[in-house]
Design a protein around this ligand. Structure first.
Ligand code: UDP
Length: 421
């Protein structure tokens, strides 16, 4: 029988070739990253999160750890495993941090703390720096007690309007960390010590299977193979089936677009994340929407959709949608822009910062505006091209992995130089 709680090691022992980033981001940035890595020689770093697949954090760590190792840094990735009840509670925490109400029952507090306590006990290895991602493993630091490591809590969600009950429950555990990292200052919840907060945006890896260059003809052939008509316009949203990603709102917007452009098609690609039990219910609803509409395609990882398929669809579609209502960052936005795709996206959390200047009119707040901007882009090929090219340059300058490495390694060097709390 599998243990109720475990702390695993996803296979991330690959060393990325870091020199190939020089051509994209320039020597200055890569030299600074290399100098920071030398300063961390002999320092053991550990990243902890709760899922190895599905969602942005897993995507990020899967590419970031090999980069750190390629820089000669000793970095490990550890995973906490709990049972489905634990992930139901932590998904409720996730939603509550993003603003949903949650009447936090005593049983949920106890379950959360017991999994964290047991995970802390199982984390036997010694590290110098431990970076804990999101709320799921946040209380591990508390249960480890006093030790020499520097502890950093990395929050990936928009916690600017967190539910007070959950926020009050978690904040004392988070306040035990040496530093907290948020994507933007607006996300810092009340009662956290501001002086220990740092703001670092996530990033994408241009060399991952998800983002590598692919010939457009190959993309079209692969998309055609999945049943989509490549001679008609195709809209795409790639997202977990999560209410914050508003897949039903995307369907509504698509229906409005269809009134004006009847030949339009919509593909929704949504992998099911390992720590997201809520996703299955929403997938059912979306599949019901698609059941009677031959132009609405729903693809999940259950049906074999992986990174390569996401890449093929992002390159082969005409307009990307990311109709998020709340969003920590939204890696998919940078992924689409990097591929020179125009995107219509919710004005939420970390999305606007990824938009190239001059194209903010494609940030939307409701279904009607979403549909109207999509129609405009479908009717203006030249504008799609300009948006896409400006988007790629924005991502090249701000949202590729080496910039993230620089910001995070700077923070780690800074913390290592300071005395313990
Ligand atoms: N993703 C994927 N397949 C899917 C859905 C999502 O590979 O079916 C990837 C997507 O390409 C992106 C990540 O999962 O790299 C989602 O990250 P994002 O920050 O956009 O959202 P999150 O899921 O973390 O809220």
């Amino acid at each position: 029988m599998l243990p109720r709680v475990a702390i695993g090691r996803p296979n991330a022992s690959v060393r990325a070739n870091v020199d190939r980033y020089r051509l994209l981001v320039g020597d200055d940035l890569m030299n600074e990253v290399a100098a920071l890595a030398r300063e961390l020689n002999g320092v053991r770093i550990c990243h902890i999160n709760s899922t190895a697949y599905g969602g942005g954090v897993a995507e990020l760590l899967g590419r970031y750890l090999p980069m750190l190792q390629g820089l000669g840094i000793s970095a490990e990735w550890r995973l906490i495993h709990g049972d489905p009840e634990f992930f139901t509670v932590t998904k409720a925490f996730h939603n509550a941090l993003q603003g949903a109400h949650y009447d936090l029952p005593k049983s949920a507090r106890q379950l959360y703390l017991s999994v964290n306590e047991e995970s802390a006990r199982l984390l036997e290895d010694e590290y110098d720096v431990i970076i804990v991602h999101d709320p799921q493993p946040a209380a591990i630091r508390h249960f480890i007690g006093r030790n020499k490591a520097k502890w950093i809590w990395r929050c990936h969600v928009d916690s600017s309007a967190a539910d007070p009950q959950v926020s009050e429950f978690l904040v004392p555990y988070i306040n035990e960390y040496d530093a907290f990292v948020f994507t933007m200052p607006e996300f810092l919840p009340p009662h956290l010590d501001r002086s220990r907060a740092t703001y670092i945006a996530p990033a994408i890896d241009p060399f991952s299977t998800k983002n590598i260059e692919l010939p457009i003809e190959l993309c079209r052939r692969a998309i055609a193979d999945s049943g989509v008509d490549v001679d008609r316009p195709l809209l795409l949203q790639v997202s977990r089936f999560d209410p914050w990603k508003d897949p039903l709102g995307v369907v509504d917007a698509y229906r409005l677009v269809k009134r004006e452009i009847p030949e339009v098609q919509l593909a929704l690609i949504g992998a099911m994340a390992g720590d997201d039990p809520e996703g299955w219910r929403l997938l059912d609803l979306v599949q019901e929407e698609g059941a009677h509409d031959p132009d609405l395609y729903v693809f999940t990882n259950v049906a074999g959709v992986g990174s390569m398929e996401v890449n093929l669809f992002q390159r082969g579609c005409d307009v990307v949608i990311q109709k998020s209502l709340r969003e920590g960052f939204g890696l998919v936005v940078s992924e689409a822009l990097w591929k020179e795709k125009p995107i219509v996206a919710g004005r939420a959390g970390g999305i606007p910062m990824q938009f190239p200047p001059g194209f903010e009119r494609y940030l939307i707040d409701n279904v009607e505006d979403c549909a109207q901007r999509i129609v405009h882009l479908l009717n203006h090929l030249g504008e799609r091209g300009e948006f896409g090219r400006a988007g790629r340059e924005r991502v090249r300058a701000q949202f590729l992995l080496p910039r993230l490495a620089r910001d995070e390694l700077r923070l780690i060097c800074d913390k290592i130089r300071t005395k313990p709390l």
